[in-house]
Design a binder for this molecule. Structure first.
Ligand SMILES: Nc1ncnc2c1ncn2[C@@H]1O[C@H](COP(=O)(O)OP(=O)(O)OP(=O)(O)O)[C@@H](O)[C@H]1O
Length: 735
């Protein structure tokens, strides 16, 4: 380790998120380039830096700072320079000069201890003197806080957030109840808080710890799609992660309930526990949906006449159920249309659009994902948006809390009819947000396939709405002749009905290559994706999607991605790589965003690189390609659909994953020209009908199964699904 003392001459780069800084330091007349994690450092400051010189491939000799501290400037010139550096807002070089001229070496002491005397300087009012003191003080406060927090192993990025949230209260909070952080500071969860608590010497049986742990378990459950947990399940899981007894957990449930952090309810004779927010989310969703369900007087005779006209114009003859769907859509505030592939959902939507258009009503179409919206637009010739966009999502500084929808109860959508496609993917959060923006008097038509996997986010919205029996539901069951010609659609329906499919016949659009060793299967997958399928289906290698039920194992997402990356985008001197934990990203890689982020900004540029459109938000399941890795700026640029480019600071790369292979769960709502699916062995919970059905229905032109035909048969007959705890159907019947 070496020590440098010097003046921060220039800050070349500073990443707000993680504190990573590149700066030029003047040390005895020499300029030294330094890099390091520094939350708070300003041009014009003196620092003492400890670290080592390293040789950087591109930027040459640099000093890598391991730790640093701010030193008081020694001479008048330096004091003046610091004050005038912009570190204190409202003090520029000339004012700094006047302050130093007046107070000389005493300048800092005066600012700190007798700030009122600053007003003796020309151009400084009493108020300004106070402001200068405040800023000077805040800076020192913050520095002190950073030092304190670093003792608890808290990174600079979190330290800044904690400081901004609590100010000087942070000392008490860290010492007494660091679990508070998990509630207030985005990005800090129970695990991290627990770690801090351990360092602060807080006991395993602390009340705060147990309460925070219980909330954490409920939050984890919501990430697995549950809106609540049965009380027994909650006690068991909490006791397990907290390593304490279930009785100790039970004692805190009452306290949490008194504090309104949780709500305990009875559902079908069973005691269940909700995190409060989820309870109110479900309850208000139920209320709003019920309020929307008004009946409209529509004469059946006139409606049928209308439909006949549409049939003639569109040269189509609607099936009885399709006609019923159109009539019911006109008569009800809320309508659900559900059916499998090829049962005429899109055709029905089209007929409805014509029907409402003829009535002079204003219509809006939307779907939960960008891809689904795009497909809806193509199929109807009517512009469809994502639900997020329709509700005018606008980002804010804090995840979730700061971002909000411009369209809500105060500013509802002005539309007579709203048609939502791919409803199975809508979770309780999005449903609630949607309903807030839809006023009674608007017709809401929800279209989807209830046999698809439920939404990734919590809730079982479509299924619950259907099972509540509170609304009109039209089930389309007939598969149209044209659709019948597709082996994909035929087999999808067989799978859904629990019938075996014939894997002996190989058709170009549906075949099974039998292999019984994982290594063989891997080899076949590579050959299919890289060599065979692109030509056969007329798509690029990147459009062909490997879907697997699992994450782990030789045929799980993680292993397959490493393998496919090696073969489809191999190491190459011209492609930069970035390792992040156990992931390796390479320029050109196919990647997927794995959580909703309402803040990340995207930009679409024209061919000269000039931005033509900007926006915020990237969502769980969005796929893109790594365009550039930039080590100097510590960031990676990913290009998503429609050319939306997003710059990820390296610290945020954990929101991305390779996507050559993805789980079937993540594929919901997307369609691919060809789907390749390894199916050998795996847990029964994942190798079920629902998963197979969802995977098969993602393919437009070709399904290639590689593995064991017996596994396929077992999946068709395994109706076991992962249970989802959600109460929407119950509240729909109670409100
Ligand atoms: N009433 C009808 N008479 C004849 N053909 C129809 C009728 N309704 C739909 N079809 C045809 O059946 C096929 C499937 O219809 P459509 O695309 O509307 O179904 P879908 O349920 O939206 O399917 P997917 O979920 O696969 O998109 C299409 O080729 C369509 O032209």
């Amino acid at each position: 380790m070496e020590t440098l003392h010097g003046l921060v001459e220039h800050i070349v780069y500073h990443n707000e998120n993680n504190g990573y800084t590149v700066l030029a330091l003047m040390c005895q007349g020499d300029e030294v380039m330094c890099t390091g994690t520094m939350a708070m450092v300003n041009e014009g400051e003196y620092i003492k830096a400890e670290g080592d010189y390293v040789e950087h491939a591109t930027y040459g000799r640099q000093f890598r700072i391991a730790s640093f501290s701010i030193e008081a400037p020694e001479d008048l010139f330096s004091i003046e320079r610091y004050l005038g550096s912009g570190a204190i807002k409202g003090v520029g070089p000339s004012l700094a000069g006047r302050i130093v001229k007046k107070f000389k070496e005493d300048s800092f002491r005066i600012i700190e201890n007798e700030p009122e005397r600053l007003a003796e300087v020309k151009g400084i009012s009493e108020r300004k003197a106070q402001e200068i003191y405040q800023q000077f003080h805040d800076k020192q406060d913050m520095r002190q806080a950073m030092m304190f927090l670093s003792k608890y192993g808290i990174s600079t990025a979190y330290a800044v957030k904690i400081y901004n949230e609590y100010g000087s209260r942070l000392y008490d909070i860290i010492r007494e109840n660091p679990y508070q952080l998990a509630e207030d500071v985005s990005g800090i969860g129970f695990r991290l808080a627990d770690d801090i608590a351990r360092r602060a010497g807080i006991g395993m049986d602390s009340d705060y710890r147990i309460r925070s742990g219980v909330i954490y378990v409920l939050l984890q459950a919501s990430m697995n799609g549950h809106v609540y947990l049965p009380v027994e399940e909650l006690k068991r899981q909490s006791a397990e992660i907290l390593e304490i007894s279930e009785e100790a957990v039970e004692r805190q449930l009452m306290n949490l309930s008194i504090d309104k952090k949780i709500i305990i309810k009875k559902i079908e004779e069973q005691s269940v526990v909700y995190a409060s927010t989820y309870y109110y989310l479900e309850l208000s969703t139920a209320r709003m949906l019920k309020n929307l369900n008004v009946k409209y007087e529509v004469s059946l005779r006139e409606a049928e006449q209308q439909i006949r006209r549409i049939e003639a114009e569109e040269k189509i003859s609607l099936d009885e159920m399709q006609k019923t769907a159109v009539v019911e859509a006109a008569r009800n505030g809320v309508l659900v249309i559900t059916g499998g592939p090829g049962t005429g959902k899109t055709t029905t939507i089209n007929a409805m659009i014509r029907f409402f258009e003829n009535e002079g009503l204003e219509i809006r179409l939307a779907a939960p994902t960008g891809r689904a919206a795009k497909r809806m637009t193509e199929a109807t010739g009517y512009e469809a948006q994502t639900i997020h966009r329709m509700l005018e999502l606008s980002g804010g500084p804090e995840e979730q809390a700061g971002s909000h929808f411009e369209r809500n109860e105060q500013n509802p959508l002005e539309s007579d009819v709203i048609i939502i496609d791919e409803m199975s993917m809508v979770d309780i959060h999005l449903m609630n947000a949607l309903l807030k923006a839809v006023m009674p008097g608007t017709r809401l038509i929800m279209v989807g396939d209830v046999n698809q996997l439920p939404s990734v986010g919590p809730g079982n919205v479509l299924k619950d709405i259907i099972q509540s029996h509170c609304f009109n539901v039209v089930m389309l069951t007939k598969i149209f002749r044209q659709a019948m010609e597709s082996a994909i659609i035929k087999n999808a329906h067989k799978i859904n009905d629990g019938e075996d499919i014939d894997l002996e016949v190989k058709t170009p659009d549906f075949f099974c290559l039998k292999r019984y060793q994982a290594a063989d299967i891997q080899g076949v997958i590579i050959a299919l994706v890289r060599d065979k399928l692109p030509n056969n289906v007329g798509a690029s290698v990147n459009d062909i999607q490997v879907l697997t039920p699992m994450r782990k194992g030789e045929l799980g997402v993680e292993r397959l991605n490493k393998l496919l990356q090696e073969y489809l985008n191999p190491k190459d001197e011209t492609k930069r790589e970035k390792e992040q934990g156990d992931r390796l990203f390479r320029e050109g890689d196919k990647v997927m965003q794995i959580k909703n982020n309402y803040q990340l900004e995207w930009e679409i540029t024209d061919r000269y690189g000039i931005p033509v459109e900007k926006g915020v938000g990237v969502f769980n399941g969005d796929m893109g390609r790594v365009q550039e890795i930039n080590f100097f700026a510590e960031q990676m640029t990913v290009e998503f659909d429609e050319g939306r480019k997003i710059v990820y600071p390296f610290a945020q790369l954990d929101e991305l994953e390779l996507a050559y292979a993805i789980t079937v769960h993540k594929s919901q709502g997307s369609e691919y020209p060809a789907v390749v699916m390894p199916l050998l062995t795996g847990p029964r919970m994942l190798f079920n009908r629902n998963i197979l059905y969802t995977a098969v229905t993602r393919a437009k032109k070709c399904v290639a199964i590689v593995g064991s035909e017996q596994t396929v048969a077992q999946m068709i007959h395994n109706q076991r699904e992962q249970k989802r705890y959600s109460g929407l159907a119950v509240w729909l019947n109670e409100v």
